[in-house]
Design a protein around this ligand. Structure first.
Ligand SMILES: NC(=O)c1ccc[n+]([C@@H]2O[C@H](COP(=O)([O-])OP(=O)(O)OC[C@H]3O[C@@H](n4cnc5c(N)ncnc54)[C@H](OP(=O)(O)O)[C@@H]3O)[C@@H](O)[C@H]2O)c1
Length: 273
């Protein structure tokens, strides 16, 4: 019996890197992997490129309740259950030092959406809709003999890190005066990922006695298309490639991280909340 893995946002970026790593692992042949993207054709094309027999692509905007319901029905019909859910779909704002792309905080700084819209969008995608997507899949997870959920969070959502000025560029206090000079100021994003952490911990608590293992990952910076800019631009700044995160996440999928459930784990060990 195959292990059914569902990855939101698995067509590109980190999500795709998890699939590539899982398919190179020792347990590769044991998996059926479902990836989603907002565009069904993009999801199906990625699945075909990755591995036609083991990967299937579905269209699903996790912010669209109707599409989430349809996905639950389709997966139930085809696979009957989900063993591992990876809540990966999300966004990261475009840092202002990059020349292209923009998402949420970045778009607000460019005047493409209001700051309030940036906050609302960040919370909707990263917190509210990830929560309700998870809820929609609980019945299928509970049909698994060994269910787990992997929540992809971010180091910049760590309050401990902000207090300790873990990322000086983001965590240092700006010059006095109002309004503040524009700069890389992803307040909506990092607030949403801090809320994401509590949402994930709540799932850990809620499903603990149901045997669902919940892992919460403090992802650091990887050269993907996050925020809309090209990956190459971020790679040129020295960010590692997504394959590094892919191999780390593969370990969770393959069951190599027993004991890390409910903790905020980074690649180099436990991270402060
Ligand atoms: N890369 C980093 O440095 C970094 C650091 C910390 C945390 N993270 C987190 O890692 C996760 C993946 O980031 P990434 O770097 O791979 O970003 P990315 O390259 O921008 O990819 C984002 C993925 O999420 C999907 N997505 C976005 N909005 C969606 C929606 N409403 N419904 C369904 N899918 C949606 C995208 O699918 P479409 O093709 O349909 O747009 C895409 O597959 C995010 O949660 C991000 O916050 C990334």
């Amino acid at each position: 019996m195959s292990t059914v893995v569902l990855i939101t946002g698995g067509n590109r970026g980190l999500g795709r890197a998890y699939v590539e790593a899982i398919l190179k692992g020792l347990k590769a042949s044991t998996y059926k992997i479902i990836i989603t993207a907002r565009n069904a054709d993009a999801a199906k094309a990625a699945a075909k490129e990755l591995n036609e027999t083991q990967v299937a692509g579905y269209g699903c905007d996790i912010e669209n309740e109707g599409q989430v319901d349809e996905l639950v029905k389709a997966i139930e019909k085809e696979y009957g259950r989900v063993d591992i859910l990876i809540n990966n779909a999300g966004t990261f704002p475009r840092p202002t030092w990059l020349t292209t792309g923009a998402a949420y905080d970045g778009q607000a700084q460019k005047g493409e959406m209001t700051p309030k819209e940036a906050w609302t969008k960040s919370y909707s995608l990263n917190v509210t809709c990830t929560h309700f997507f998870t809820e929609a899949f609980v019945p299928l997870l509970l049909k698994s003999e060994s269910p787990s959920i992997i929540f992809v969070s971010s180091r910049v959502g760590s309050i401990t890190s902000q207090v300790n000025k873990g990322i000086p560029m983001m965590d240092s206090a700006p010059e006095a005066g109002w309004p503040k000079a524009p700069g890389f100021n992803p307040t909506a994003y990092r607030s949403s990922k801090a809320a994401f952490n509590m949402m994930a911990r709540e799932w850990y608590r809620t499903l603990l006695n149901d045997g669902v293992k919940c892992y919460i990952l403090a992802m650091s910076g990887y050269a993907t298309e996050f925020g809309g800019g090209p990956a190459a631009e971020k790679a040129a700044m020295g960010m590692p490639g997504p394959e590094v995160a892919g191999e780390w996440v593969r370990g969770f999928v393959d069951g190599e991280h027993e004991g890390e459930e409910g903790r905020f784990m980074a690649l180099d060990g436990e991270h402060g909340w």
